[in-house]
Design a protein around this ligand. Structure first.
Ligand SMILES: O=C(O)CCC(=O)C(=O)O
Length: 255
């Protein structure tokens, strides 16, 4: 479901998210802001000389040619511009509305640059097995800092897949879903400034960037602070538990 930000209210966004498991909010950032963050993202990766490649092993099986991915966890710890985005009400109000809560807490963030011509794909998966929570009030927002048409390897989702709940995953594997055909996921082409919100139960992935331009995104994973993790995992992210909106009524009991 695609929604143009100015013309929609939060209740409509929440309804669509509940039905489809995702919602693409158009123009949450202006084109100028997106261009600013695109530049900051590329500058940060160059400054920090990050050479490790997080391409999944299963992604290597999706294409014959070798692919590459650049990434940075916790960009807000390296550049204050990203900290500002974390608490921007244009983002946090939607995150709260789609989860149906008042309070929004940071889980982690990931900056991704899919380089031109061979930017790595992501196999279909749920985010759930990486950091399971009791009530499943956990979601992601992917900020697009440049256009992400299909040929740039935009994100794909299976609408309504969240309703089936957690799926069987191979705990020894990379948590992808080899039995779900990649083509069953619907591409969500986006423009610079658009933000894709989805639940951590929504089956999603993305294709190879075969275009001549990089695809630049920032993924913020957030949760309801009253939803405790069921497994102590993925707690290495810097700043996990920071409040992005409202208060933590639990006194951090779930951390
Ligand atoms: O950015 C993408 O193409 C997908 C990222 C993703 O699915 C993830 O990090 O879980």
């Amino acid at each position: 479901m695609t929604i143009t930000s100015g013309s929609s209210d939060l209740a409509t966004l929440a309804e669509r998210y509940a039905e489809d498991g995702f919602v693409l909010v158009k123009g949450l950032l202006s084109k100028e802001e997106a261009a600013f963050y695109r530049q900051r993202s590329h500058d940060l990766l160059a400054l920090l000389h990050r050479a490790d490649d997080p391409t999944w092993a299963a992604a290597r099986e999706m294409t014959d040619a070798p692919t590459k991915l650049q990434h940075l966890h916790d960009a807000q710890f390296y550049d204050a511009a990203f900290s500002r985005l974390l608490v921007d009400p244009r983002f946090t109000d939607v995150a709260a509305a789609v989860m149906g809560v008042e309070n929004v807490q940071l889980h982690h963030t990931k900056l991704f640059v899919k380089p031109p011509e061979n930017g790595s794909p992501f196999p279909l998966h749920q985010d759930y097995p990486f950091f399971p929570h009791k009530y499943h009030r956990v979601g992601a927002a992917i900020f697009h800092f440049d256009d992400a048409p299909v040929e740039k390897g935009c994100v794909r989702v299976i609408p309504g897949s969240h309703k089936e709940g957690p799926r069987e995953h191979d705990p020894e594997g990379s948590y992808h879903l080899p039995d779900v055909p990649f083509d069953s996921a619907i591409p969500q082409p986006a423009e610079a400034g658009d933000v894709l919100f989805f639940t951590y139960l929504t089956v999603h992935g993305s294709g190879v960037n075969v275009s001549e331009e990089a695809r630049t995104t920032w993924l913020i994973q957030y949760r309801d602070p009253a939803d405790p993790p069921t497994v102590k995992t993925h707690d290495f992210s810097l700043g996990q538990g920071m409040m992005l909106r409202g208060v933590d009524p639990t006194g951090r009991s779930g951390v």
